[in-house]
Design a binder for this molecule. Structure first.
Ligand code: AMP
Length: 396
């Protein structure tokens, strides 16, 4: 796996695909700079080598050129995070971009305008990719969040740099973390899958059954399993048409010697509301008109024991409706258990969507080994797919 450490960037222009698709408020100020901060180590290493950086990214989903999606809005934030002045080119290809690149000196950074102002970007257009390729000597992909898209800047452009393409530090870290969980894991390995739907996680489950020793199934998706096994789940969320699939998963898990842990008790509520009345009940006998919205104390104790036994932990999806305080305790308790296991030497990866939000909201970010920056890209990796953005760098 070639990374920026395999190149000396002295007097070289690095064309770097970053993921600066950051949220902006109504004054066009960046409200969360995580993605810019994540790309910083790559940019700084290239500048310190004596190279220059040409940064390309998309922002939002513009239809053609739309001022509100201009990347010029984020220039001050990028300058603040990097601690260097950032030049801006108001088109990502063509004469203006080429002139700006030609005028770029070692140690300087240039940000190109939103790639998606050209619809060729998402189409993965070859001629557009070739135009982009004129803007650097070495192509660096550090945008994990878009690595599952075969767009011009994330994938197709790489073919114009047969010997001069590599991963940035962020991409390398994401790839390494997935590898540590799925391929080179220290045993016992535990996957915790929560969230609302079995259907959205089924491909992940199928891919990991041959790779894990323990599987915790929590959150809304557990009710489909409980109902399929004959339990009464009241009004709890359930995908009736996935019950057979749930039983199939349990069977396959057994065949693979995977120990499956489902919740045994839940916090049941009489309404989907933070102010609802609640009671702790057996998950197999939830009263009619009540719904399970969080894991119960006995389940959390079992989950804690399992987490503490494991050396590799993957967490995707909350154990309850963590957005409501009343039903956030299970997810917080699980976060605490994972933090404790991590402090004792386990490797823990949190990835994909809502568990990342939960980890950030409850302050576990620094207590787990790695929090993935890519929602969809991480999910597709866990499904066992080779991401086009990664394949494009690895291809000879
Ligand atoms: P997902 O996007 O599939 O990972 O699901 C995340 C969502 O699942 C979060 O918004 C949670 O509120 C929701 N969720 C977790 N547990 C439950 C539950 N017991 N009932 C309903 N929704 C849940």
């Amino acid at each position: 796996m070639k990374t920026i450490d395999d190149f000396n960037f002295e007097n070289k222009k690095a064309l770097i695909r970053v993921d600066f698709n950051v949220p902006l408020n109504e004054n066009f100020e960046v409200t969360d700079d995580t993605r810019i901060v994540s790309a910083k180590p790559t940019i700084i290493k290239i500048l310190e080598d004596g190279g220059s950086c040409v940064l390309m990214s998309h922002l939002g989903r513009p239809k053609g050129v739309q001022e509100v999606f201009s990347l010029k809005h984020i220039v001050p934030k990028v300058e603040e995070v990097l601690g260097v002045k950032v030049k801006f080119a108001s088109n990502c290809v063509g004469e203006e971009a080429e002139l700006a690149v030609n005028n770029l000196n070692p140690g300087e950074v240039l940000l190109l305008e939103n790639l998606r102002f050209h619809n060729e970007e998402e189409k993965g257009d070859l001629a557009f990719s070739e135009k982009l390729s004129k803007l650097g000597d070495i192509y660096v992909n550090d945008a994990f969040g878009t690595a599952h898209r075969a767009h011009a800047s994330t994938t197709i452009v790489a073919q114009f740099f047969p010997e001069k393409k590599c991963f940035g530090y962020l991409m390398a870290k994401e790839i390494d973390s997935i590898d540590k969980v799925l391929n080179n894991s220290e045993k016992p390995v535990l996957a915790i899958l929560g969230g609302s739907k079995v259907s959205s996680k089924i491909t992940i489950i199928e891919n990991i059954l041959g790779k894990v020793n323990h599987l915790i199934i929590g959150g809304g998706m557990s009710f489909t399993f409980i109902k399929a096994m004959g339990g009464s789940i009241g009004e709890s969320i359930c995908e009736d048409d996935k019950q057979e699939l749930a039983l199939e998963i349990l069977k396959k898990a057994k065949e693979n010697n995977v120990q499956v842990h489902l919740p045994i008790d839940v916090i049941a509520a009489d309404a989907f509301s933070n102010e609802a009345h609640t009671q702790v009940v057996d998950i197999k006998s939830i009263p009619e008109a009540w719904q399970g919205l969080d894991a119960g104390p006995k389940s959390l104790e079992i989950f804690h024991q399992v987490v503490m036994q494991c050396k590799t932990i993957l967490w995707n999806g909350p154990l309850g409706v963590f957005e409501m305080e009343t039903f956030s305790k299970g997810t917080i308790a699980l976060g605490n258990s994972i933090a404790e296991a991590t402090a004792k030497g386990a490797f823990s990866l949190v990835g994909g969507g809502d568990s990342v939000a939960a980890v950030k909201q409850f302050g576990f970010e620094d207590k787990v080994s790695y929090v993935s920056t890519g929602g969809g890209a991480m999910l597709e990796s866990l499904e066992g797919k080779t991401l086009p953005g990664i394949a494009a760098i690895l291809e000879k």
